[in-house]
Design a protein around this ligand. Structure first.
Ligand code: GLC
Length: 430
């Protein structure tokens, strides 16, 4: 039996079943259209960044459209940015004017999102930035957009973290109490390990992570919390890399979720053209589940509120694959069997799924499975796949091969099935 991860304080039972979620990075940086860190990267002062706020008018925003797109892609949960590092809030927070309701748009963006995604049956969560490059009391440190402006630094040297902390906790409480049941709280991020010489990074002491976590769990029993408060949390969150195996903490397998972009940016980035192919993303999803993890796949909608066509195409392609193969993803985890070259294995009880990243010449050989399989079929069309155990003692000849002990050999059709990644479903003997 495949092993289970270390148990979590929050309820991860649905999470490790559902496996596939949508990440949404949306804010006024979408108007700059060159990464959600644009304010920081280009050292943009508040006065100039204000242009994105003053012109924010997402007239095509329809979260029901986003939800049905995500549903069709096979996603089961969704996490959206309530506030990113630039400090802009999608909801009508009582603690700031730096929010959607004060832009020309004038309406709350989070509330309709929650309603639409809940209505589609999604589990939902908020990504909430611990960092805030707009708040007047958030200290100017080595990551801050104004970091290189000596005069600005001097004029703002007396910023009071305690005041910002109260704001952070207050807003978190709003999010946890005003939107009904939340399934995930995704805090981002801590960097106390960073030393900028003249300033230091920030971490759990600055956020008072212990209290924040306690409040989160107290207000939303069962909620899952990620690992970026500089506390263990429930979910480990590798970002923009695929771990080589099941993620471990002190030698123990843990619940984990890879978060990945489609083109290297989280926020909408008009001119960034290094898009990943649909096939690569499908392989990433499979790879993740084959290592016992989840995939949180990101889109960055435009400032008019649309998911751009390239992202839509990819979500549709993933959906076409998921329609035929979702049972090789949902409820599945890593298998204890070793996959053949160019393949991944996922497993759900006695169903073992062989994902073929490359289509081999006629045969695929499964070590250790010789007498373990009751039936095998291609998953896309439920067509039988013939199985053989090749005699390990026979001499290999012109047209006959020699087997290896304990190996099951599958006979594949010459033509690769018309799907991005073909999957063979193996029914294991009880
Ligand atoms: C980061 C980045 C960020 C992005 C996120 C997603 O730490 O700061 O912009 O929101 O990770 O995981």
């Amino acid at each position: 039996m495949p092993s289970a991860p270390l148990s979590t304080t929050g309820d991860s039972s649905w999470f490790v079943h559902d496996r596939f979620g949508l990440f949404i990075h949306w804010g006024i940086y979408s108007a700059a259209a060159r990464h959600e860190w644009v304010k920081q990267r280009e050292r943009i002062p508040d006065e100039d960044y204000q242009a994105y706020f003053d012109h924010f008018y997402p007239d095509l925003y329809d979260p029901r459209e986003w939800a049905s797109l995500a549903r069709a892609a096979g996603m089961q949960y969704a996490v959206i940015t309530s506030k990113h590092h630039d400090g802009f809030c999608l909801w009508d927070s009582a603690l700031t004017d730096y929010k959607a309701t004060r832009t020309p748009w004038g309406k709350d963006l989070l509330r309709p999102w929650v309603a639409a995604f809940r209505a589609e049956g999604f589990k939902i969560g908020f990504y909430h930035s611990l960092i805030d490059w707009h708040h007047p009391q958030f200290p100017v440190d080595g990551l801050h957009p104004m970091r290189d402006d000596e005069a600005y630094r001097a004029a703002h040297a007396d910023r009071d973290m305690a005041q910002y902390r109260a704001y952070l906790h207050g807003q978190t409480a709003e999010l946890l109490t005003q939107f009904g049941k939340l399934d995930i709280m995704w805090f981002d991020f801590s960097y106390s390990n960073r030393d900028f010489g003249w300033s230091r990074g920030k971490g759990k002491a600055d956020w008072d992570s212990e209290t924040l976590l306690q409040m989160t769990r107290g207000l939303q029993p069962g909620i899952l919390v990620n690992d970026r408060l500089e506390l263990a949390g429930d979910i480990k969150t590798p970002e923009e890399y695929q771990p080589r195996g099941w993620m471990e903490v002190q030698g123990q397998r843990v619940v984990w979720e890879a978060c990945q972009t489609l083109n290297g940016s989280w926020g909408y980035y008009r001119d960034k053209l290094d898009w990943r192919s649909s096939e690569e993303i499908i392989r990433t999803l499979i790879d993740t589940v084959s290592k016992g993890g989840n995939l949180l796949l990101n889109v960055g909608p435009t400032a008019r509120g649309l998911i751009e066509p390239k992202a839509v195409d990819r979500l549709r392609d993933i959906g076409a694959w998921m329609r035929l193969h979702s049972r090789a993803i949902y409820g599945c985890t890593a298998s204890d069997f070793t996959p053949p070259p160019d393949c991944r294995l996922t497993q759900n009880g006695n169903r073992l799924y062989l994902h073929l990243f490359a289509w081999p010449y006629k045969h695929v050989h499964l070590d250790g499975l010789a007498d373990r399989v009751e039936y095998a079929q291609l998953l896309n069309d439920a067509s039988e796949i013939k199985r053989r155990v090749v005699d390990p003692h026979a001499q290999a000849q012109n047209t006959t091969m020699r087997g290896t002990p304990g190996t099951l050999t599958l006979e594949l059709p010459a033509e690769k099935p018309p799907v991005e990644v073909p999957v063979i479903e193996l029914f294991l003997k009880e």
